[in-house]
Design a protein around this ligand. Structure first.
Ligand code: MOS
Length: 740
């Protein structure tokens, strides 16, 4: 039995947010501080031929920085070293940063940015996956391809040669903006010997590494501090390295602190979004609905530079075949270049794209073989002891049949399927219900956690409190609360005694980035072990008995610190001996474990206005031990809301590679008035590899809503849709076509 884990303790950062004392980066000012702004390209591809400064601006008041001012490498350091911090001559996408300006008065910047006159020689650009794959223009490397994967096992071609049935389908997804409430922002201070950045970000050590390269500094020359962060969703995973580099460059050139905060329009137009995708399925099926072989091709649009596209592509690949037992499977995938601003990390990280395709395709296969969507899935679910598409054996006692039973029961699926069919006849409102079954890997892929080699620490204070030292960042998802719960539980101490230190690379060890649904499971697990180490120390020194009450912990710590001066405990990640991954073959244990889910969507389509509405949503998931029920449910509700937006509302409109609806009035995300009741249900199978049995939960809820909703819309209208976002005009077109 746990005391604190599994209960709804108050959020650690709750009071400071509630009282308005939490300080976001734009709340911070420094003496002599300047404000920075970015001058960006207005063309998608070409060359800068001249830069002139209009004479009506007093330029001597401004600090101006270009690529020539960079002391180290002009690079945004990522896997593939292709993206410059500032374009020098070559332009590869609209809104590419070319030049930076700083001034003491923020209000003076817009006019100055507009007064920098850049002329270009434009070259033909490409904006779609189709053009990139066809190499209408070669814009990156030899073949526009950042990364390819090919995973294959079993007799794929033989299965297709002998199958009763082959079902094919093509599915595509659009870009999606993360739309965190707080836009990207940082403050930087710099000298030739040191750079310090405070900012709204997910991964302090990613920014730390980037700044070392850009400013040619050693580890100790760079310090990165995460300030209170108003949402991130992946959008502050890699992008803050760009902004931190820009602000620090202006700070170095001016000798003053420089603040750069994007407004919403700039944030939406110039920073990363979810990768658009196209997925093709060919499936060999037997007459009785057994999946015999998958042949899947996934292409994601990475934009002009590679950023994290190789990793996003990897996740899309690994999740592409869904939670099914395939005798033979082939997944080929690639991330390709287009002349749009780089795509990047966004909650789900490739899996929402490929799982949308798989789960829409399952309903198509069901129709083709004459089974219900439910029965087709039951005949093919992966089971405990079965293997995933990467050949990973599922050791956990997962029972997807039972999960499906429960989800269909709590959502009233069977009763509604019948009732809706009956009531739809003659009604302008067509109702439908559909579902998706899926999984999401928790933690870094393959050998990723071993490379990260994360380290966490606990440090006691003379007052008997304990600080959790991690680089994991709170940005609204509850990191500080759950890590404090885990520490309090493992220390058998009061929750109120635990604080999580502000992520400051000068203070905390590198516990890895706050991404990949890894914080609760992986970092939490390390915190649990570090706590055990601290107890061990207190016991060996005679300050704690074998058994002790929570009230005895703080006095023991105080006594220890008084005698020995300090009390710290660190724990470093150790790879569980039973995880094997082959990076070449892309086979093996892709993740320490998976979370599993069945999501059921109920929709109503108004055939007068062609407007689809989600009227109820049931989200059932098995996520290991639930550490904090309210926060966990909040994660699911938020993910489902984002998934509903992804499916039905959020459409990026592009012109020549630039997003032109880059405002919250014309990029429409669902508001609370658009959202249905979201019923969240958990099944808990504690995972021995995670903190108190927890698995990852952050990304999972992004994967299921879109296919469940489009499955429900097909159920309502009898029309299959294969692309998201699905807009009323798409439904109008399809329905009027059908009518003719
Ligand atoms: Mo993420 S999309 O793992 O920040």
């Amino acid at each position: 039995m746990t005391r604190i884990v599994g209960t709804n303790v108050p959020r650690k950062e709750g009071p400071s947010k509630l009282l308005g004392v939490a300080r976001y980066v734009d709340d911070i000012t420094m003496p002599g501080m300047l404000h920075g702004a970015t001058v960006r390209s207005t063309i998608a591809r070409g060359r800068v031929t001249s830069i002139a400064f209009a004479s009506h601006i007093p330029w001597h008041e401004f600090t101006i920085a270009t690529a020539d001012d960079i002391p180290g490498r002009n690079l945004v350091p990522m896997f593939l070293e292709d993206q410059p911090l500032l374009a020098k001559e070559t332009i590869n996408h609209p809104h590419e940063p070319i030049l930076l300006l700083a001034h003491p008065e923020r209000e003076r910047l817009a006019a100055a940015v507009a007064a920098v006159q850049i002329t270009y020689e434009a070259t033909p650009a490409i904006f779609t996956i189709e053009d990139s794959v066809a190499r209408t223009q070669t814009i990156w490397g030899e073949d526009n391809t950042f990364k390819k994967f090919h995973l294959e096992h079993g007799p794929v071609d033989e299965a297709f040669a002998t199958a009763d049935l082959i079902v094919e389908g093509e599915y595509s997804t659009g870009a999606q903006e993360q739309l965190y409430i707080e836009t990207n922002g940082v403050i930087a201070e710099a000298t030739p010997e040191s750079v310090t950045v405070w900012g709204s970000l997910q991964c302090p050590f990613y920014v730390h590494r980037a700044l070392k390269v850009i400013f040619n500094l050693p580890d100790e020359g760079v310090r990165v501090v995460q300030t209170e962060t108003g949402g991130a969703f992946g959008g502050k995973e890699e992008f803050p390295s760009v902004l931190a580099g820009h602000a620090a460059l202006l700070a170095l050139k001016s000798g003053r602190p420089v603040k750069m905060i994007y407004d919403r329009a700039e944030d939406m137009a110039a920073t990363t979004k979810r990768h658009p995708s196209r997925t093709r399925h060919r499936t060999a099926v037997s007459r009785d609905g057994k999946l015999l072989a998958a042949d899947i091709e996934v292409v994601i649009d990475g934009g002009a530079y590679a950023t994290l596209s190789p990793t996003v592509c990897s996740r899309a690949t690994i999740h592409a075949a869904g939670p099914y037992q395939w005798p033979a499977v082939r997944v080929r995938s690639c991330a390709v270049a287009t002349n749009t601003p780089p795509s990047g990390a966004f909650r789900g990280f490739g899996a929402p794209q490929s799982l949308f395709a798989m789960e829409r395709h399952m309903d198509k296969i069901a129709r083709a073989v004459g089974l219900t969507p439910e029965e087709l899935r039951r005949r093919n679910f992966i089971r405990a002891g079965g293997t995933t598409s990467t050949g990973q054996t599922i050791h956990q006692p997962i029972d997807l049949d039972a999960l499906l039973n429960r989800a269909l029961e709590v959502s009233g699926y069977h009763e509604k399927t019948e009732r809706f069919t009956r009531d739809n006849a003659g009604s302008p409102i067509k109702r439908g219900i559909g579902f998706a079954t899926f999984m999401h890997g928790a933690g870094f892929t393959g050998s990723g956690e071993r490379y990260l080699n994360s380290l966490v620490g606990l440090e006691a204070t003379p007052e008997g409190r304990v600080h959790v030292l991690v680089s994991s960042a709170e940005f609204g998802q509850g990191t500080n609360t759950i890590l404090a719960q885990i520490a309090a539980e493992a220390l058998n101490a009061d929750y109120a005694l635990i604080d999580v230190a502000q992520p400051d690379t000068g203070v905390v060890p590198n516990s890895g980035p706050t991404v990949a649904s890894r914080t609760a499971m992986i970092v939490g697990g390390l915190v649990e072990r570090a706590a055990q180490g601290m107890i061990e120390t207190l016991r060996l020194a005679g300050f704690l008995a074998e058994d002790y009450a929570p009230a005895e912990f703080a006095p023991a710590v105080r006594a220890y610190v008084e005698q020995f001066g300090e009390l710290k405990s660190f724990h470093r990640y150790e790879s569980p001996g039973n995880i094997f991954w082959d990076d070449q073959a892309y086979m093996g244990d892709a993740y320490p474990t998976y979370a599993w889910a069945v999501y059921v969507a109920e929709v109503a389509v108004d055939t007068t206005t062609y407007t689809p509405t989600v009227t109820r949503f049931d989200a059932l998931q098995e996520v290991g031990k639930v550490l904090h029920p309210i926060l966990a449910a909040g994660q699911i509700e938020g993910g489902v809301a984002q998934g509903i937006g992804y499916a039905l509302y959020e459409k990026c409109v592009w012109r020549d590679g630039a997003m032109i609806n880059n405002g919250m009035t014309n990029y429409i995300m669902p508001t609370s008035a658009d959202l249905p009741p979201i019923h969240v249900h958990f099944a808990e199978i504690p995972f021995e590899g995670g903190a108190f049995g927890a698995k990852g939960i952050g990304e999972l809820p992004m994967d299921g809503p879109a296919p469940a909703i489009l499955n429900a819309i097909e159920n309502a209208l009898g029309i299959p849709f294969h692309h998201i976002p699905l807009m009323p005009e798409d439904i109008f077109e399809a329905m009027t076509e059908t009518a003719c």
